[in-house]
Design a protein around this ligand. Structure first.
Ligand code: HEM
Length: 478
């Protein structure tokens, strides 16, 4: 058997422990994972195959890279899995929002939130996305940004996608509430990341400096979000309606029943709307999930286009042909087809959610290997998307591989930038539309070039970021 052959080809006889690096006594592979998680995962798959066993301190961890095994975890046997214990830190910030909740409360919330992301609502969002992008481009010109000195396009994309989250989620502009939410969320998330990564986490109620900072950030965050909710309730009570943003849609959503009996204590039941606490958890979840991921995608895309001017020119030609000098609207999205292929290929090479995890509540067998209950299973789009069994020349940037005739030939669970199964990203269409609009509008009028001598390093935190940003210069092509 070749070490890269898919595990699903192996006939499982007696379940046994999956192969993997031994690491060092007691700690296992913890330090290698801290130092270079992407390198560790890539090398381990190459060396040990499509199910790799790691020890991280006392914990068993499996990296799975066979599409059939991935499907087993995310779909066929999904009931045996929950999100992993590594989401515990995030849960302290996001509470019971969609990303971190489980079971019946998650199902109920998903049903309530889903309609807000329906195509019918995306048109209004497209207009806000185009407006925010236009404002940014005007500012670049007014400030002469990038013509004499380089600027960081990653910072610009973070600022833009954050403004779009503010506009679409609660019709608020970045100056003010949205910016304060962003700062507080950043502090809270850094704390959550450290909390999850520490071998002996210090519980938040112990007053260390880091914990006190975390608590202050949470107070700011909650203060603003609860005030936004209260203002909106007052507005609706004065017969002025809830408005036309995501917050309004969440506030108007009514539970039609079904699982009202087993939702968690304090949650509202059938025929009821979300409580303030539920709204708070969903809003903070959307702010978090909805901007950095898209900003990373765009930053990676610009870094790729700068190195592939022929592909960049095709994006520009398409934008000129489809849009002329108009701003994009929802109807244009389908026609910005090549732009979409480029983004899909950037998502393959640099998936912002580079890994996500589950934990099995009962023993399982994965690709012929046995798993004790309580093991963590990592599904790493970064690794899957470069698997040589499914991707030809996996390291090269070739948007054409996403043309329907070629994409149809690949097994389904080899490409997972937005996850898979019931917990697939709820914002995937929102994100793709946003990225298409921003990319088409920028490339139509600007050429971004990488500043020489500044290599772009990967920083795999909760999302996959460019470590020192992406510094570029700008030249107008109009
Ligand atoms: C390029 C941009 C994005 C990427 C790569 C991305 C990726 C993902 C992935 C991989 C998951 C699944 C995680 C898991 O199964 O453990 C997920 C879930 C989620 N995403 Fe996204 N996302 C993006 C944009 C967005 C946007 C714009 C929003 C909201 C406005 C959003 C909201 C969510 C939510 C709420 C979940 C949890 C869904 C659930 O469990 O029901 N995401 N995302």
């Amino acid at each position: 058997m070749s070490q890269t052959s898919p595990v699903s080809e192996i006939a499982p006889s007696v379940p046994k422990l999956a192969p993997g690096p031994k690491g060092i006594p007691f700690f296992g592979s913890v330090f290698s994972a801290w130092r270079d998680p992407l390198g560790l995962m890539m090398r381990s798959r190459e060396t040990y195959g499509d199910v790799v066993h790691f020890r991280f301190g006392p914990f068993d961890y499996y990296l799975v890279s066979d599409p059939e095994v991935v499907r087993h975890v995310l779909v066929d046997n999904a009931k045996a899995y929950t999100k992993s214990r590594n989401y515990a830190g995030l849960k302290l910030v996001l509470g019971e929002g969609l990303l971190t909740s489980e079971g019946a409360p998650w199902r109920r919330q998903r049903k309530l939130v889903q309609p807000a992301f329906h195509r019918a609502h995306l048109a209004g969002f497209a207009e806000r996305m185009s407006r925010a992008t236009r404002d940014m481009l005007e500012r670049w010109r007014a400030e002469d940004l990038g013509t004499n000195r380089s600027f960081c396009v990653h910072e610009e994309m973070m600022r833009l996608t954050f403004r779009i989250v503010g506009l679409t989620l609660f019709s608020a502009d970045v100056d003010g509430d949205a910016r304060d939410v962003g700062r507080a969320l950043d502090t809270a998330l850094r704390w959550a990341n450290d909390y999850v990564e520490s071998i002996i986490p210090i519980p938040p109620y112990i007053p260390t400096l880091a914990n006190l900072r975390f608590k202050a950030a949470m107070k700011t965050l909650d203060g603003i979000v609860y005030r936004l909710i209260a203002d909106r309730r007052a507005q609706a009570a004065a017969n002025e309606g809830y408005g036309s943003d995501l917050l309004a849609m969440l506030m108007e959503a009514v539970d039609e029943g079904g699982e009202a009996a087993d939702v968690r204590a304090g949650a509202s039941g059938a025929g009821e709307r979300m409580s303030d606490q539920q709204l708070r958890d969903e809003i903070i979840t959307m702010v978090l999930a909805g901007h950095e991921t898209t900003a990373n995608l765009l930053s990676w895309t610009f870094s790729l286009l700068a190195r592939h001017p022929d592909i960049e020119q095709r994006v520009r030609d398409e934008a000129m042909r489809v849009l002329g000098d108009r701003e994009p609207a929802l109807e244009d999205i389908r026609s910005l087809e090549y732009t979409r292929l480029v983004l899909e290929e950037a998502l393959r090479l640099y998936p912002p959610a580079w890994i996500f995890e589950r934990q099995n509540v009962e023993p399982d067998v994965l690709g012929g290997y046995s798993l004790k209950a309580g093991s963590v299973v990592g599904i790493a789009p970064y690794v899957l998307h470069r698997h040589p069994a499914y991707w030809e020349s996996p390291e090269s940037f070739e948007p054409e591989r996403f043309r329907a005739d070629r994409a149809d030939k690949r097994p389904r669970y080899t490409y997972l930038p937005f996850g898979g199964g019931a917990r697939t990203c709820i914002g995937n269409h929102f994100a793709m539309m946003e990225a298409q609009i921003i990319l088409a509008m920028i490339v139509r009028q600007e050429r971004l070039s990488l500043e020489p001598g500044r290599p772009i390093e990967l920083e795999p935190l909760i999302t996959l970021r460019p470590k020192q940003g992406v510094r570029v210069t700008r030249r107008s092509v109009l």
